[in-house]
Design a protein around this ligand. Structure first.
Ligand code: GDP
Length: 425
């Protein structure tokens, strides 16, 4: 059985915590897209961790963790994360890397920086981890698969093809020194040796696990609104964070995907550029940002302050629908305990004055303003509550309201950042 855990919104919904929780009842956890450009925050018995590339099953010694072919593999970043786990006493995880996964090179990180510099004010808010240049190369078929690191002749040919384009851009567009092919080949051969024991045909491994009745968890990064096709293009990421794509990026049969847990927050947050209709400013924003998450709403990778806003019914309903969610996990409910009344955005008003409740494409979205309704708050701290029925009535009403809005049952409610702070409904 395959289950996906994915985000309904702009990312940072708290997927890491939910994955860590559900990993306990899984045999395999797979990353299927993205790279070290976003982070999952996990707080458990070993401490607090920001995982970027490692699947969130790494804290469970019995779980097999897989980096699927759809991932942008930054080997140095991966090894750094593994060392950080070891230094803090986490038992060595079982980790497998797909031989078809492609490697993200230092030149991709450089190109990301050069391109953001070149675009200046018009940049897309990249985390500058090389993701867009990496996927551009992958789909332009000049990328390098992990399996190619073990065939020096083929590797040299591929590096030469890659560098024709890149050295031309370096010289003429960015005015930087060119990259030496021999040095890059040597570096890549060493990189290959560092990960060799972990590399295998993960597609076969996953199909066998599926046939044997194992539970496979696909771990998404970011959320629906960052999907290159269905999100707020061009303020999107470069690979699909949708559960449907999870089957492709991981390598599992789509017919085995039985459960899609879509994570959404009790309020909104977004990091990076792009339209964000519910964006708050001033003291209201500062207070929500300070109280949000486990230590305020600051990006797990870039530490940038996140934009924050009230729950966005329009965006979340769309986000949950596009993911094809079978259930929703609602996180960060505890954060709203300070408010006597909680605004929620129930519709958008377009630049033409039309009231809409379906999430529009970018040109209309850019002109939208939020239409708010207010729900009564509960004005107390709900952390520490262990049974859903013990939540204050207004708090349960808020959950009911969101459930009705998104049209999918909410089974998991998270009332604190720690693994055990969760209420089943
Ligand atoms: P992800 O990328 O979707 O895994 O989300 P992040 O980990 O980047 O962001 C979620 C933030 O919310 C992190 O700081 C988490 O520790 C925190 N968090 C998750 N669930 C809860 C919750 O129920 N309450 C509070 N207060 N913080 C939470």
């Amino acid at each position: 059985m395959v289950r996906a855990i994915v985000g309904a919104n702009w990312g940072d919904e708290g997927k890491g915590k939910i994955t860590d929780l559900l990993a306990e009842e899984s045999d395999v956890v797979v990353r299927f897209q993205g790279g070290a450009n976003a982070g999952h925050t996990i707080i458990n018995e070993y401490g607090k961790f920001a995982l970027h590339l490692l699947p969130s099953g790494v804290f469970h010694p019995n779980v097999v963790n897989v980096i699927g072919p759809g991932v942008a593999l930054n080997v140095e970043a991966l090894l750094r994360e593994l060392r950080a786990l070891e230094e803090r006493g986490v038992p060595a995880p079982q980790l497998k890397i797909s031989d078809r996964c492609q490697v993200l090179l230092p030149l991709h990180v450089d190109f990301d920086k050069f391109e953001e510099e070149r675009l200046g004010r018009n940049s897309f808010g990249s985390t500058k981890s090389g993701i867009a240049p990496f996927y551009s190369d992958k789909f332009a078929k000049v990328g390098l698969q992990v399996c190619m690191l073990y065939d020096e002749k083929l590797l040299r040919e591929r590096v030469n093809i890659l560098l024709v384009k890149h050295n031309c851009l370096l010289e003429h567009l960015y005015h930087k020194p060119p990259i030496d092919a021999d040095a890059l080949v040597r570096e890549l051969l060493e990189t290959g040796e560092k990960i060799r024991p972990m590399v295998c045909d993960t597609t076969r491994l996953l199909h066998e696990a599926d046939r044997a009745g194992r539970v496979i968890l696909l771990e998404g990064q970011l959320g629906t609104l960052r999907d290159p096709d269905h999100g707020i293009y061009p303020y999107t990421t470069s690979s699909s964070p949708l559960a449907g794509y999870g089957c492709v990026g991981a390598g599992v049969p789509p017919t085995s995907l039985k459960s899609i847990v879509c994570v959404t927050k009790a309020y909104s947050s977004a990091v990076g550029a792009g339209p964000f209709v519910v964006r708050l400013s001033g003291d209201e924003a500062e207070e929500l940002r300070r109280r949000g998450g486990d230590a305020g709403e600051y990006g797990a990778t870039t530490h940038r302050p996140r934009d924050v806003g009230w729950f966005d019914c329009v965006a979340s309903r769309y986000g949950v629908m596009v993911q094809g969610a079978t259930e929703v996990a609602l996180t960060n409910l505890d954060v709203l305990g300070y408010l006597p009344e909680i605004p929620v955005c129930v519709a958008y008003e377009t630049a033409d004055g039309e009231r809409i409740t379906d999430f529009p494409a970018t040109p209309v979205l850019l002109g939208c303003k939020p239409v708010y309704e207010k729900l009564p708050g509960w004005q107390c701290d709900i952390r520490g509550i262990r049974k859903y029925s013990d939540l204050p009535e207004n708090c349960r009403r808020y959950v009911d309201f969101i459930e009705q809005t998104v049209g999918v049952p909410i089974h998991i409610v998270s009332n604190g950042p720690r693994r055990e702070e969760v209420l089943l409904r």
